[in-house]
Write a protein that binds this ligand. Sequence first.
Ligand code: TRP
Length: 335
Amino acid sequence: MRIVSGIQPTGRLHLGNWLGAIRNWVRMQNALEPGGQAFFFIADLHAITVPHDPAELRRATREIAAALIAAGIDPQRSVLFNQAQVAEHAELAWVLSCTARMGWLNRMTQFKEKSGKDREGASVGLFTYPVLQAADVLVYKATHVPVGEDQKQHLELARDIAIKFNTDMGVELFVPPEPIIPPETPRIRSLRDGTAKMSKSDPSDQSRINLTDTPDAIRQKIRRAKTDPEPLPAAAAGLEGRPEAQNLVGILAALTGRSADSVCAEFAGQGFAALKPVLADALVAELAPVSERLRMLLAEPERIDAVLAEGAARARAVAARTLAEVHAAVGFLKP
Ligand code: TRP
């Protein structure tokens, strides 16, 4: 088993990133069988497909690296690096862009969403983004790729590209990777408005739990979180039409590994004054050790950079072998 996954360095990390990706990566690393390998990278090449600020990209890249280490990604056991330091990703992306078909990319829903009404003004990189993502996993011959539901289509494209390349060149070089989609991570909503996503770009810091928040800040944000005046229902179905209640129950369920039904059953008939302190305790118990380590690591950026450089060297060693096979398969002359 070889796991490969990437996360984009955009914005500040919050509870949504924690429950959606980071926590799962740590679990997967820790569940690897002997001989299994995990490659985790920060997708800085993907981050420049939309307008960006260089200083902010550097900051976000270090913050994610630090958060992953703080969360338990062990840079000895897993290969942790930023994508731009391993040039083979971009090199393979070029070759694979000659395998992928325009028609395939035209069907990608994320490009349609991200480019919106201004398709003509979108970068070419945003359009070919899924080809780079295919290169990210194929360059390591990943067997499994943990991703969110929204990345399923990109993974299917990676499989199609792998199969077409092998067929066209008459080789068995690439391994079509399997996605691993975590069973139902609830969509984490803003603490101020249950109909909006918890987002790094919300102007109100009260709307989100940041991974760098102190326990006091977490407790205060939960105390102030928007609710409604109704008591909690006996089952999750009763949360319909109550987005704030659904959000808080969903967060507690995800944190404690229970179903929303079981959380509702525990608090049935009680108000949020009962649920909120339990939720705050669960958040602090899970996040406080991580955010403390994270704050310490962020004070030593040179250490983070050194870890990433070492990870990149290990990644390059594997990626370079695949590229040598690719060069031979497509007919590039050897030096
Ligand atoms: N596109 C992914 C996202 O936005 C990030 C990503 C880039 C990725 N390359 C990848 C995920 C390779 C898995 C494998 O979430």
